[in-house]
Design a protein around this ligand. Structure first.
Ligand SMILES: Nc1nc2c(ncn2[C@@H]2O[C@H](COP(=O)(O)OP(=O)(O)O)[C@@H](O)[C@H]2O)c(=O)[nH]1
Ligand SMILES: [Mg+2]
Length: 241
């Protein structure tokens, strides 16, 4: 509950309870507004997280190339500085808006909500939010997403899920990225999956390479199934209203 009632308040007025004043509670309140908006318009919202350099933007570009003629999609992308990622994604042929955090290490729901003034989301089937690159702070902030997807690049080492458990605990899907480099480095896919499943037994796993295209059909199918399900749930919501 976001607000507590008080007998001393005038009728119709509301007062924040103590916990509502905390940053995370405020974030959750905005995240719920985003989730309600996405539900009403039938847009699947996917929060993409990973360390810096794991291949998020490249995956956004490759996903756009594969799906942009089948669905309406766009990307909000967060970085500490520069508009470089949004420019790369627009070059792949879909709308993208950069959120510059000015040094903040994660996106917050309020930043996403403000970005809606610059990126039209009505009519989108799929909206990605590419989060700021690190496995720590973004784990704590709900952005109103339907799914959180975390990339673990083969170059990062297979031991990361246990070192950064909250990110993998709160993700529905782990993408093991840069699979094309696996023959050259001591990354054990099975060890990474075991670590991730000890943290989160439910987590799904797809191994991908944006360079060779390995796993990208499966990734696109994963998205399309959930876009379909979201549309069906939205129809259900409208019928109930
Ligand atoms: N070998 C290889 N390199 C990749 C792959 N995906 C991305 N990269 C490279 O990894 C670097 C970081 O990629 P980027 O998409 O910017 O990562 P981000 O910081 O997570 O958005 C770039 O030099 C990409 O070309 C991949 O599947 N295989
Ligand atoms: Mg990026």
């Amino acid at each position: 509950m976001a607000f507590a009632k008080s007998n001393r308040l005038p009728v119709g007025a509301i007062q924040c309870d103590n916990t509502t004043m905390s940053l995370l509670k405020a974030n959750d309140y905005v995240a719920k507004n985003i989730r309600d908006k996405m539900q009403a318009q039938g847009t699947l919202l996917v929060n993409i997280t990973s360390s810096a350099g794991s291949g998020k933007t490249t995956l956004m570009q490759e996903t756009a190339r594969r799906l942009k003629d089948r669905i309406n999609m766009a990307v909000l992308v967060g970085d500490l500085e520069t508009e470089r990622d949004a420019i790369r994604i627009r070059e792949a042929g879909i709308p993208s808006t950069q959120i510059v955090t000015n040094g903040v290490c994660h996106l917050e729901a309020q930043m996403v909500l403000q970005a809606f003034d610059h990126l039209k989301t009505e009519g989108l089937d799929l909206l990605f939010v590419e989060n700021v690159g690190n496995l720590v702070c973004p784990a704590a902030f709900d952005l109103g997403e339907d799914f959180r997807v975390t990339l673990l690049a083969s170059t990062e080492g297979d031991d990361k899920p246990k070192k950064y458990p909250r990110m993998f605990l709160t993700s529905e899907l782990m993408l093991i990225s840069k699979a094309d480099l696996l023959p050259y480095i001591p990354f054990k896919v099975e060890a990474a999956i075991q670590d991730a499943r000890e943290v989160n037994p439910e987590i799904e796993v797809i191994t991908i390479s944006s360079t060779t295209g390995e796993g990208l059909d499966r990734w696109c199918e994963w998205l399309l199934e959930r876009i379909e399900a979201k549309k069906e749930s939205t129809v259900g919501t409208l019928e109930m209203a």
